[in-house]
Design a binder for this molecule. Structure first.
Ligand code: ADP
Ligand code: ASP
Ligand code: MG
Length: 409
C-alpha cells in the first residue's frame, strides 16, 4: 500500500519524539508499504514565530510572515528525514516547493491548486521514504505561502489525493475523533468512524483535531483518513462516507470555537441595500463572515446588524465596518471578543425534530444566555459568553448522552 502519515506538532515536539516518529515510519515501511511522511512544526513553534513577528512590527507584512512561518516545518522535515536515515533507511526531506505544492497567490491562508508530484513519485520508486514539510506551498510566481493554521493536515490529505494513496493517517496527541474535546470533557467517547460531512461540520465549528479544508478535500477526493495517536497503537477513528448506521445517531458531537469576535453596527437605516453594502466590503477584504443577526428597532426606522468573524480578522473587519458606519450614518460600531460558539452536530438531525429546542433548554437551565443562533441540516450553533464555554460543552455532552454508545442509551 501507499500510506501518507502526518505527524502534528506534539508528535514532533522534541528530538526524542522525532526519533519515535522515525521508528514508526520505518516499521510501516518494513511492513512492505511505501510511505510519505508530512510533519508539522514543533509544538508551539508557529505561535512563537508569530509572537516574534509582532515584537518587531505592529502589523507584519503577510508575505514575510509566510516566509517566517514556513521555517518551522523545514526544521522538523529535515530532522525527521535524518532520524529515518539514522535507522538505516533511505529518506529524503522536501519543502513545499520541492514537493510541487502549488497554491493560489494568497498569503497566510492559501488554497492548494494542484500538486506536481513527479519528483516525489520518482523518489518513492527509488525506494525512498519521502518526508514533506506541511503547511506550506509555492505560488506560480515563486512566492512562499502557508495554508492556514492546522494546514499540515491539508498537505497530507492533498498529497494522498494526488498520489492516490490507499490511506492517510493523521497522528496526533489524542486517540482519535471524540464526541467532544477529550481535554475538556474526560467522559468524551472515541468514535470508531465518522462521516466526512459530520467531521467537516465539527472541524469548521472549532474541533481542531482536523483542519476544515483538509476534511473538505478528503470528502471531495474520497481519501480514507484515519485519526490516531502517535503515542500508542490504539485503533483510531476512520473518517469516511456516511452509512445507514450513522443516521441513527441524532447528535454525534459537540464543538466549541473561542476564536471568533462579534461586531455590531448600530442603528443603521432599515432599507434595502445596507447589508449588501456592508458584507460586500467585508468579503472584498477576503474576510469570511460566520453568523449574522439583524434586529429591526421598535420604531421600524433603524436596525442593528451583528456578525461574527475570526479573531484574526477582527481588526480588519472593524475598520471596514467603521468606515461604512460613517458613510451610512449609523450611530456606532461595537466589537466584542469575549464570545464563543458552541455547536451540536449529527447527520441524524435531518430526520429528528426537537434537537434545537433541547439544546436551548439545556443552556437556559444553566443560566447561559444565547446571543445568536445558526442552524444547518446537520448542526445547531449558539453564540454565548466565552466564560461559559466549558460549562456549555459539558452540559450539552451530558444532555445528549454522548458518553454512551448507541446501544447503551
Ligand atoms: P496536532 O498538533 O497533532 O495537529 P491539534 O492540537 O491540532 O493536534 O489537534 C488535536 C487536539 O484537538 C486535541 O488535543 C484536542 O484537544 C482537540 N480536539 C477538539 N475537539 C476534538 C474532538 N472532537 N476529538 C478529538 N480531539 C479534539
Ligand atoms: N504549524 C502549523 C500550525 O501550527 C501547521 C500545523 O501544525 O498543521 O498551525
Ligand atoms: Mg492540528
Amino acid at each position: 500500500m501507499l500510506i501518507v502519515q502526518k505527524y502534528g506538532g506534539t508528535s514532533v515536539a522534541n528530538t526524542e519524539r522525532i526519533k519515535a516518529v522515525a521508528r514508526r515510519v520505518v516499521r510501516t515501511a518494513d511492513e512492505g508499504h511505501r510511505v510519505v511522511v508530512v510533519v508539522s512544526a514543533m509544538a508551539g513553534e508557529t505561535d512563537n514565530l508569530i509572537r516574534l513577528a509582532h515584537e518587531v512590527s505592529p502589523n507584519p507584512g503577510e508575505r514575510e510572515m509566510d516566509l517566517l512561518l514556513s521555517s518551522g516545518e523545514r526544521v522538523t522535515t529535515a530532522l525527521t528525514a535524518m532520524a529515518v536515515q539514522a535507522l538505516g533507511k533511505k529518506a529524503i526531506a522536501l519543502t513545499g516547493r520541492q514537493m510541487g505544492i502549488i497554491t493560489e497567490p494568497v498569503h497566510t491562508k492559501a488554497r492548494i491548486e494542484r500538486i506536481e508530484a513527479d519528483r516525489a513519485k520518482r523518489a518513492l520508486d527509488e525506494g525512498y521514504i519521502v518526508v514533506v514539510a506541511g503547511f506550506q506551498g509555492i505560488t506560480e510566481s515563486d512566492e512562499v505561502t502557508t495554508l492556514g493554521r492546522g494546514g499540515s493536515d491539508l498537505t497530507a490529505v492533498a498529497i494522498a489525493a494526488a498520489l492516490k494513496a490507499d490511506l492517510c493517517e493523521i497522528y496526533t496527541d489524542v486517540d482519535g475523533v471524540y464526541t467532544t474535546d477529550p481535554n475538556i470533557v474526560p467522559e468524551a467517547r472515541k468514535l470508531d468512524k465518522i462521516s466526512y460531512e459530520e467531521m467537516l461540520e465539527l472541524a469548521s465549528l472549532g474541533a481542531k483535531v482536523l483542519q476544515t479544508r483538509s476534511v473538505e478535500f478528503a470528502m471531495k477526493y474520497n481519501v480514507p483518513v484515519v485519526v490516531r495517536s502517535s503515542f500508542n497503537d490504539n485503533p483510531g477513528t476512520l473518517v469516511t462516507k456516511e452509512d445507514k448506521e450513522m443516521e441513527k445517531v441524532v447528535v454525534s458531537g459537540v464543538a466549541y470555537d473561542k476564536n471568533q469576535s462579534k461586531i455590531t453596527i448600530k442603528a443603521v437605516p432599515d432599507r434595502p441595500g445596507i447589508a449588501a453594502r456592508l458584507f460586500k466590503a467585508i468579503a472584498d477584504a477576503n474576510i469570511v463572515v460566520d453568523m449574522i443577526v439583524q434586529n429591526v428597532s421598535s420604531d421600524g426606522r433603524a436596525t442593528d446588524i451583528s456578525f461574527t468573524v475570526a479573531k484574526t480578522d477582527s481588526n480588519k473587519a472593524l475598520s471596514i465596518t467603521e468606515a461604512i458606519a460613517r458613510e451610512l450614518g449609523a450611530s456606532g460600531v461595537d466589537l466584542r471578543e469575549d464570545i464563543a460558539k458552541v455547536s451540536i452536530v449529527g447527520v441524524g438531525m435531518r430526520t429528528h425534530s426537537g434537537v434545537a429546542a433541547k439544546m436551548f433548554e439545556t443552556l437556559a437551565r444553566h443560566g447561559i444566555n444565547i446571543m445568536a443562533i445558526s442552524t444547518s441540516e446537520i448542526k445547531v450553533s449558539c453564540l454565548i459568553e466565552a466564560k461559559y464555554t466549558e460549562l456549555a460543552v459539558r452540559v450539552l455532552h451530558d444532555a445528549f448522552e454522548l458518553a454512551k454508545a448507541e446501544g447503551e442509551k
